[in-house]
Design a binder for this molecule. Sequence first.
Ligand SMILES: [Zn+2]
Length: 212
Amino acid sequence: MIKESTLNAADASQVFNIDSGDYFIRNIPAGSTFRIVDLEGNQAADTLFYNANDPAERYSATDTIREQGNVYLSAGSELRTNQNNVMIEIVADTCGRHDTLGGACATESNTVRYDLEKRCMHACRDSWMLAIAENPEYGLSKRDISHNINFFMNVPVTEAGGLTFEDGISGAGKYVEMVAKMDIIILISNCPQLNNPCNGYNPTPVDLLVWN
Ligand SMILES: [Zn+2]
């Protein structure tokens, strides 16, 4: 569902630029509004969320999909945890649909889907692993790398019930905006994938704006 924000980007408390292929990790306090902006269009932002006070509680695709009865995320979606608590609400969205079924790219899945030679290519799981290794203060470990959201990524469910990675429906300047319902950790891998159209074969930066 397309829904414009009422907030002005110029009033944001903080603006972070996340380069293509980079990770981003940060605490966002409860009550804050935050926005991810697809600056150049067709970029996938592979994102994990945790309860900052107990990272064992984290974003759950299965609980979110079951409770909302829809496999896509958009304005109005409540993002739930593995304890079925609402951790985040999507309050505005100019892209219209975000994936939470396709998972993140990994060197292993790249070899299965594309070619054994792709094993050395940079992938989202590596970015997340680097993030938790370089930022031990968040208390995350390998076992916490779990369900994720692919903001701006187009993964339609086919009539036969399969999944396909399709050319993006996002465009330059489109955004998704959320409100944190608990203190959260946001961990983004700004996807470096070059083997499928999720980034238009050209990974580009995204911005994260925070109002608090
Ligand atoms: Zn990726």
